[in-house]
Ligand binder design. Structure first.
Ligand code: TLP
Length: 343
């Protein structure tokens, strides 16, 4: 097999030709000393796009989320978080490892937690009980198959948080997907949270990096935490140059990924072994259950691979993510492979 169609993630994108050119020509300086003009420009842009006071360029989404939790909490605190969220499940437990706080996972309806349930779980600290200091939300929601969490739900969560003077951190790794799918500007989503992290290196195709945005004093402290975690980068303008193109040129075309995901979902949901409601596919992620009398999930992934299609196992079954910036993310080829194996 000379070329695979890679649906494992929207992180498998390659930088575009325009990004590579901008990277080669980027003006750089020592960013730990605040001297890199391209990083400074990216941080100003990220703050402006999200309507926040300041921004910090970080090597990964996981580091952005880790810094946010560390900045908003103290040891012995508790953090309310959605049960399937990426922070809780897929970031190597930084809440306990770095921030030394306890997560309080809550069930949700496709990523939208019930504000009343949140309120019931807010704790007044005592000799026995922790202080609840932070609520984390995620949109789009990765493990809910790229679901767009409704803005009305997030606003209701903010009302509860405000009433109890609790901060909200927003894992917006794919906030541009949420914005494109719903037509709601990124700024409106960001307004429901005190801080937000978004990724440049997913569907937006930058090679490395995420942005953490929030109030100026939060970002100043976050910059110190980033250094302590080993995330202070020197001539990082080379990477930031691609990030600027990710934000200014790539966000709009995410709609093509959403169309591809829908097309894939509609076709494969007709197959008996696939458990999927195509109406649930709102953005670029397709997660489906798989049940076949003779073929296990891992056998099926091997058979797909032998036909040049790469997909991932996740707790809910199988995940496929579409992205136009992958050389060969060929939905028709994937559909044909499914049909050959399963019919
Ligand atoms: N998600 C990755 C993997 O970790 C699973 C992927 O392929 O989808 N928040 C959300 C919602 C994410 O989906 C991810 C990455 C992150 C945070 C972390 O970003 P990175 O990988 O840059 O640390």
């Amino acid at each position: 097999m000379d070329k695979f169609s890679d649906f494992r993630s929207d992180t498998v994108t390659k930088p575009t030709a325009e990004m590579r050119k901008a990277m080669a020509e980027a003006e750089v300086g020592d960013d730990v000393l605040g001297d890199d003009p391209t990083v400074n420009k990216l941080e100003e842009l990220a703050a402006a796009v999200t309507g926040k006071e300041a921004a910090l360029f970080v090597p990964s989404g996981t580091m952005g989320n880790s810094i946010a939790v560390k900045c908003w909490t103290q040891e012995l605190d508790e953090v309310i978080i959605e049960a399937r969220s990426h922070i809780y499940n897929m970031e190597s437990t930084h809440m306990t490892f770095i921030s030394r706080v306890t997560p309080r996972p809550l069930a949700s309806k496709r990523g939208a937690m019930d504000p009343e349930e949140i309120e019931k779980n807010i704790k007044i600290p005592s000799v026995h009980l922790p202080r609840t200091s932070l609520i984390c939300v995620e949109n789009t929601h990765n493990n809910w198959g790229g679901a767009v969490v409704p803005l009305a739900n997030l606003k209701a969560v903010k009302k509860v948080a405000d009433r109890h003077e609790i901060k909200i951190h927003f894992d917006g790794a794919r906030i541009f997907n949420a914005s494109i799918a719903s037509g709601i500007p990124v700024k409106e989503y960001a307004a429901v949270a005190d801080s937000l992290m978004f990724c440049l290196s997913k569907g937006l195709a930058a090679p490395v990096g995420s942005m953490l945005v929030g109030p100026g004093d939060f970002i100043n402290y976050g910059r110190r935490v980033r250094k302590a975690l080993g995330g202070g980068m020197r001539q990082a303008g080379i990477l930031a140059a691609a990030g600027i193109i990710a934000i200014t040129k790539m966000a709009d075309r995410l709609k093509e990924d959403h169309i591809k995901a829908k097309r894939l979902a509609k076709s494969i949901s007709e197959l008996q072994a696939v458990k999927l409601d195509p109406d649930d596919v709102e953005t670029d992620i397709v997660i489906f259950g798989f049940k076949h009398p003779e073929i296990s999930v891992s056998d099926f992934l091997d058979r797909l691979k032998s036909k040049g299609i790469l997909a991932l196992t996740v707790p809910q079954g199988i995940r496929m993510v579409t992205n136009k910036e992958v050389d060969d993310c060929d939905v028709e080829r994937a559909i044909a492979a499914f049909q050959e194996i399963l019919s």
